[in-house]
Design a protein around this ligand. Structure first.
Ligand code: HEC
Length: 85
C-alpha cells in the first residue's frame, strides 16, 4: 500500500514537473489569509528550489509524506504557524 502511494506520487512528479514551480504559493497563501507567508523566502532558503527549503518548507515536505498527498498544499501552513505561537 505504502509502496503504491509512493510510486503514484513519484509518477505524478515525473509527469507534471512544472506544476509545482508554476503554482503561485505566495498568492494562494494570501488568498487563504496566511499573513506569515510574505514571499518565496517564507519557505525557501537561498534558492527557490525544492532542495533549498527553510524550516517551514521542510515541514511542508514532511506533511506531504505524513498525509500521503500527491503535492504540497499551502493551506497546511495554517497549522504550522498555529503551532509556532
Ligand atoms: C508555503 C511555502 C512556500 C512558498 C511561499 C514558496 N514555496 Fe516554492 N516550494 C515549496 C515546497 C514545500 C516545495 C517542494 C514541493 C514538493 O516537492 O512537493 C517548493 C518547490 C519549489 C520549486 C521546485 C518545483 C519542482 O517541482 O521542482 C520552485 C521552482 C519553487 N518552489 C519556487 C518558488 C517561488 C519562485 C516562490 C515565490 C514566488 C515560492 N516557491 C514560494 C514551498 C513554498
Amino acid at each position: 500500500m505504502r509502496r503504491t502511494t509512493l510510486f503514484t506520487a513519484l509518477l505524478a512528479l515525473a509527469v507534471a514537473p512544472a506544476a509545482q514551480a508554476t503554482m503561485p504559493m505566495v498568492k494562494k497563501a494570501k488568498d487563504l489569509g496566511i499573513t506569515q507567508i510574505e514571499n518565496c523566502k517564507s519557505c525557501h532558503a537561498e534558492k527557490n528550489t525544492k532542495d533549498s527549503l527553510n524550516e517551514a518548507g521542510k515541514w511542508m515536505i514532511e506533511q506531504k509524506a505524513a498525509r500521503k498527498a500527491a503535492e504540497c498544499d499551502v493551506a497546511w501552513m495554517k497549522e504550522y504557524y498555529a503551532k509556532k505561537k
